[in-house]
Design a protein around this ligand. Structure first.
Ligand code: G3P
Ligand code: CA
Length: 236
C-alpha cells in the first residue's frame, strides 16, 4: 500500500509534532505519521523538529538545555493559531501510548546522535517494530542503529538518487531510500527499485511536487496535507 505519511502530523492544518497534528493526519487519510526524535537534558526522547524551541513554542533555546518537566510547561500550539493554544510537546513514549496500538506506520527521524538505543527500547516496549521505519539524514546515525539492530527497517534521507547513494544504503542494509522530491526522477526511482529498495520521497511541499513524486513512481512520501494526497491516490 502507498505510504501516505503525515509529515510532523498534518502540519498544514495543525501545529506540527503535537497530538492534534498527529490525530488530524490520521483523520485526513494518512496511513502513517512522520515525526522527529530528539533528547532532553534529562534524557527523555521528545518529538521536535527545529534546533531551537523559538519557532514552534513559547520557549527559547535548545530543547536539550531543559528537562522534560520544564518542556511540558511550554505552549506548542499558540504560535500556529489561538485555536491550538495549550497544545503541549509530546514525548516519544506518550506518542507510542496514544498511537502504538493503531494500525499506522511510523517514520521516525533521528535528529540527535546517540538516541538509537533508547528509541529502539521504546519501539520494542510498545511492540511497534513492524510499523516502524527509522530514518535519518545522518549515515552515522543509521549505522549506529544497524549496529544495535540487524533487521529493523531503515530509510536514508538524501537529496538525489544515484548509484553511489544506493550502494551506501545497501552497505548498512537500509531497506528504503528517501530522496528530496525536488530532485526525483523516474529513472532514479526505477534504479533504486531495481536494487531492491523502497523509495519514499520527502519535501513535497506543494501539490505540484506531490504530483511529481507520484508520477515518478515512488512508494510513499511525507506530506503536510495528507488529505490532498489521499484524494490524488483515490483518483488514480
Ligand atoms: O521525511 C523526512 C523529512 O521530514 C525531512 O525533513 O526537515 O522535515 O525533518 P525535515
Ligand atoms: Ca523529519
Amino acid at each position: 500500500m502507498f505510504m501516505n505519511l503525515a509529515h510532523r502530523g498534518a502540519s498544514e492544518y495543525a501545529p506540527e509534532n503535537t497530538l492534534a497534528s498527529f490525530y488530524k493526519g490520521i483523520e485526513m487519510g494518512a496511513n502513517g505519521i512522520e515525526t522527529d526524535l530528539k533528547i532532553t537534558k534529562d534524557g527523555v526522547i521528545i518529538l521536535f523538529h527545529d534546533n531551537e524551541l523559538n519557532r514552534t513554542t513559547n520557549g527559547t533555546g535548545l530543547p536539550s538545555d531543559y528537562t522534560w518537566e520544564e518542556l511540558q510547561q511550554l505552549d506548542a500550539g499558540g504560535w500556529y493559531s489561538p485555536l491550538y493554544a495549550g497544545e503541549r510537546l509530546v514525548s516519544f513514549e506518550q506518542f507510542l501510548h496514544y498511537f502504538g496500538r493503531k494500525s499506522v506506520l511510523f517514520a521516525l527521524e533521528l535528529k540527535d546522535k546517540f538516541i538509537e538505543e533508547q528509541s529502539l527500547y521504546y519501539i520494542e516496549k510498545y511492540g511497534v517494530r513492524e510499523q516502524v521505519t527509522v530514518t535519518s539524514f545522518s549515515y552515522d546515525n543509521l549505522r549506529a542503529v544497524r549496529a544495535k539492530d540487524a533487521t529493523i527497517k531503515m530509510g536514508h534521507l538524501i537529496r538525489h538518487i544515484d548509484l553511489s547513494s544506493i550502494e551506501q544504503v545497501k552497505e548498512i542494509n537500509c531497506q528504503q531510500i528517501c530522496p528530496a522530491t525536488e530532485f526525483i526522477t523516474a529513472e532514479g526511482v526505477a534504479l533504486a527499485k531495481a536494487h531492491g529498495l523502497e523509495v519514499r520521497a520527502w519535501g513535497a511541499f506543494s501539490e505540484a511536487l506531490m504530483h511529481k513524486a507520484l508520477s515518478c513512481g515512488v512508494d510513499g512520501m511525507t506530506i503536510n496535507f495528507p488529505d490532498k494526497l489521499s484524494m490524488a491516490l483515490a483518483s488514480k
